[in-house]
Design a protein. Sequence first.
Length: 549
Amino acid sequence: MSEAELYVMRARLQGGIINKARRGELECPLPVGLVYDTAGKVILDPDAQVQQTLRLFFQTFRRTGSAWGTIKSFREQGWLFPRRLRAGARRGELIWGPLVLSRALQVLHNPRYAGAFVYGRNRARKTVDGHCSYKRLPENEWTVVLPSLHPGYLTWEEYQENVRRLRESAQSYGQERRRSPAREGPALLQGLALCGLCGRRMTVRYHSRFGRLAPTYICQHEMVNQAAPPCQSIPGNGIDQAIGDLLLEIVTPMAIEVALAVQAELRTRVEEADRLRLTQVERARYEAELAERRYLHVDPANRLVADALEADWNAKLRNLTEVRQEYEQQRSRDQLLLNEEQLARIAALATDFPKLWCDPKTPDRERKRMVRLLIEDVTLSKEAQIRLQLRFKGGATRTISLPLPLNSWQLRKTDEAVVAKIDELLGQHTEREIAAILNEQGFDSGWGKSFHTRIVARLRRHYGLKPRYDRLREAGLLTKEEIATRLGVATKTVEIWTHHGILRAHRYDDKNGRLYEDPGPNPPVKSQGLKLRLKDRAKTFFSEKTKEV
């Protein structure tokens, strides 16, 4: 037979298999929990214990969210998992044993449990040396996918959700997907922050600010691999504060509902586990009774067979006793889990979380662990604002927008209200007087310190405020020389008249520099033969000016 004929025959056989698969009629080995009936239809395993175990398996995975958590729950509860032998003299026999990771992953990745028929999940290729290499294909490349073709233990949507959660739980899909455990340091999003530009994990850097560690989230993958600038660098103080406020806001009202749900979940889990253990007791009892019937039906004279059957009967009785004792012990422990004290502790979750979070003695590592129990990851983007896209464990999302953090000079910038206040006071007071007024009214400088003359002078120069001297000059006030010339007297006389109130002067600095008001059309003159005291002359001068007005 030629190679061409062999190729055509192989192609026809393969085409027939694919056509039969597309109709969902191709018989394939079924996983444990599914069997073929006499008509060749796929049905659930008639064994009630197998059905309950598989349903409990999928419920536990939905609750824990990971294959390891499911295995841990089965091990802690002492539950066994079924499997069928596919080869050997005991082929097709159902045996029970502890649940292992490989078995758990096979069950979670198998779409037959969702009632779907699939074909072509793997692709086989022959290598040059004659061996076959197998490659697992993604779901969109499967040859045949027929959802809801036969009964199953979960829906197709639940199966896809389980696969998605497994994929997200895998922390070894590339270096950027790895999440380190919670460590020391105040950065709450350590290991949870994702870059909003490239999607990679962001790392944390710390620097000291005011004697405390301040985190910065930085995406440095390109910088490390290609010496390129970092993708993003975002200060983390405001981000961590927003995350803490959000958790305190959403956990407090949700905690009461969660506590009630936890109570109902605990009861449901205990009842389900109790039913499963009871089926194990029933199976052990059935096997003991079956061994007893076999022993009673044997000829007593045939001691070789009778001794073997009697030993098997004794072994089944011992197994029944052990299973029954374990069932009673676990049932008593489950009853202790649901006492009033435990229920009170569950109900106290509503107030315990805020207290624990706000307690300054709570270590940073414990806060990070609490965050990881609630938040899956946070995507950070820095544009006109800092945008936080939070994804919670249950699948809910939340978006938070924060203003960009201020630079160091902006953090130390004096408030605009203070600058406006200084501008207002410069018309009536000197810089020293302005500093005293600001301190009395409770204003602080950009450094958080009290005001003094040099700070007021520096702010006036920095913001270009008009000096008090210029303001007084624009108001028409005269210098000492100008008013002395105007009155035709010496500058010393101006000082004497100012001291006794005959002239009015205004200080423009803190060094006793003064400017004088114009006395108007009737200025004071030096006395010529009229001897009056200077105070009396001041009273007379200002009374005359009042009459003129």
